[in-house]
Ligand binder design. Structure first.
Ligand code: PGA
Length: 262
């Protein structure tokens, strides 16, 4: 899973379904995805899907245990159990079949009080239970316009990953998702705009972590360019992968990207 600037061994390509999909819809998506990936081996691509909590067990059952797809949750509490009404712990997420924990998505930072301090606790909890932490970082449009993007995202990452050993760092994934590029009100970032912040992130993290992903309005039209950024080793996708067809197109696109050949 180590990367060099000349080529990567693994491209991470995953989707969070956010607050979408019934149990039936989740099962159907997972079953068809798993069947597709058994028929069509996509060498070098690591797929992951992140349902709502209600659908984690059902999705695990639909995928099966020996599927190539990693299963995640969109958030998890750092404590194993206790009086935390409305929360789900990393231990419970693991019990339900999750292998990965998304941490610090901008929607959680903006609406649910996620802070650098809580992302740090959650990263540590995920690692303690043997799950992969997928740390999301990203600056608002205001920060971008002030010219502070790189400093802001480096601070978010450093705060969440503070104190980890080199071995623990190797399991961490970082998704850089500029807040202004996320969702249907977002403006897709261009690969040109992303080169400088990814160069900064790469200087700090390339070769030390499991993967450095781009997220925010990824689609079939911009995915190849975004993967073409030297330091990018994966894509984190929302809307464009909520229909299985869209996700499969992006998985195929990644599997045939020249970057993997290097
Ligand atoms: P989007 O979501 O692809 O729909 O912009 C990305 C994300 O929030 O991770």
């Amino acid at each position: 899973m180590t990367e060099t600037r000349d080529g990567v061994a693994t491209l991470w390509v995953g989707t969070s379904w956010k607050m979408n999909k019934s149990l039936d819809e989740a099962r159907r998506y997972a079953r068809e995805l798993d069947h597709y990936l058994r028929r069509t081996k996509l060498a070098g691509v690591q797929p992951f899907i992140i349902p709502s909590f209600t659908a984690v067990s059902a999705t695990r059952e639909a995928l099966g245990q020996d599927t190539p797809v990693l299963l995640g949750v969109q958030n998890a509490h750092w404590d194993d159990h206790g009086a935390w009404t409305g929360e789900v712990s990393v231990a419970q997420a693991k019990d339900a079949g999750a292998q990965l924990v998304e941490i610090g998505h901008s929607e959680r930072r903006e609406h649910f009080g996620e802070t650098v301090a809580t992302t740090r606790l959650k990263v540590a909890a995920a690692l303690a239970h043997g799950l992969v932490p997928l740390l999301c970082i990203g600056e608002s449009d205001e920060v971008r316009r002030a010219g502070d993007s790189s400093r802001f995202i480096l601070d978010q990452a450093a705060g969440a990953l503070d104190g980890l050993t080199p071995e623990q760092m190797k399991r961490v994934l970082i998704a850089y998702e500029p807040v202004w590029a996320i969702g249907d009100k977002g403006r897709p970032a261009t690969a040109e705009e992303m080169r400088a912040p990814f160069a900064e992130l790469g200087r700090e993290y390339l070769g030390r972590i499991g993967g450095l992903l781009y997220g925010g309005s990824v689609n079939v039209d911009n995915a190849a360019d975004l993967l073409g950024i030297a330091e990018v080793t994966g894509l984190f996708i929302g809307r464009a992968a909520w229909e299985l067809r869209g996700y499969l197109q992006l998985l195929e696109l990644a599997a045939s990207h020249p970057k993997l050949a290097g």
